[in-house]
Design a protein around this ligand. Structure first.
Ligand code: MN
Length: 290
């Protein structure tokens, strides 16, 4: 059976930050979906996420497999950070999935954004955070519950763009009709527990509404960070020419990052710098994310 995707996406500044450094990409034409969460002083964070997503898309459209496309995105962010002193030290997470019409998913993953698979009523995390608290969990020094409340939970151990090369986790999954995939930034998962994410995904059938409701839940819980959510429903097609053209026409205008109306709420960036601008601009390993 051929499969196609129904995708709902939302990005939101949250309740505390004064600009949105997250971004997402949904390109139905090539089957590429990604979330990025930027970091860096001045405009660095949002430049890093936007640069990574665009470089990823261009490389993937040109035929690069996902691991190479993530490498290209790393180069693009890194080179720009070297070229512009205002952007020095910027970086971004990137969790990117490529889908074919037989349901084969290849994820490339760097940082602490996440991918989850909801299947048969269970929600399973399919990425591993590249974060300090995740390393402490692996070492037996923190329990997952303690990690959720740990003040160091936003410190990441791997990000795109900080170095000339980056180690990319590659995860492959065979998706089935009825599967639902979630890609999200940590602004969702630090605010909303996995049980609540699972229930909301289970009770809301529409992907776009589910994405909006997850963002609303993170904001209701405090919204201390930017929040980005992409919900991807895997739907079986009857193998007829009509359903094929339907699934393609539905995809037309979505191949652009941050096209959601919530993204329009971003400030234009001229007015003022954020209060935490005094923080060092270069945050590398274990850098505290804004
Ligand atoms: Mn974040």
């Amino acid at each position: 059976m051929r499969l196609h995707l129904q995708v709902g996406a939302a990005t939101d500044i949250g309740q505390v930050r004064d600009h949105n450094e997250d971004g997402y990409l949904v390109d139905h034409d090539v089957g590429l979906i990604a979330v990025a969460d930027g970091m860096g002083g001045h405009r660095g964070g949002e430049v890093a996420s936007a640069t990574a997503l665009e470089a990823l898309r261009v490389a993937f459209v040109a035929g690069a497999p996902i691991d190479e496309a993530v490498d290209v995105a790393n180069d693009a962010v890194h080179e720009q950070s070297i070229a512009d002193p205002n952007l020095r030290g910027m970086g971004t997470t990137l969790t990117a999935g490529s889908f074919d019409d037989e349901g084969h998913l290849v994820l490339g993953h760097v940082g602490d954004s996440r991918a989850y698979l909801a299947r048969d009523g269970e929600l399973e995390r399919v990425t591993t955070d590249h974060s300090l608290v995740e390393e402490l969990i692996q070492a037996g020094e923190l329990t997952p519950d303690e990690a959720e409340r740990d003040p160091r939970r936003s410190m990441i151990t791997r990000a795109l763009g900080l170095e000339p090369s980056v180690v990319v986790d590659i995860i492959e999954l065979d998706l089935r009709d009825g599967d639902r995939l979630l890609l999200c930034s940590d602004g969702l998962t630090t605010m909303v527990g996995e049980d609540d994410i699972a229930s909301l995904l289970a009770e809301e059938p529409d992907a776009a509404t589910a994405a909006d409701r997850l963002v609303d839940a993170a904001n209701a819980a405090g919204g201390v960070d930017n929040i980005t959510v992409v919900v991807i429903d895997v739907v079986g097609d009857a193998a007829s020419p009509e359903s094929e053209s339907e699934s393609e026409s539905e995809s037309e205008s979505e191949s652009e990052s941050e096209s959601d109306e919530r993204a329009a709420e971003r400030p234009d960036g001229v007015a003022h710098e954020p209060a935490d601008d005094a923080e060092p601009r270069t945050r590398r390993w274990f850098g505290l994310r804004r």
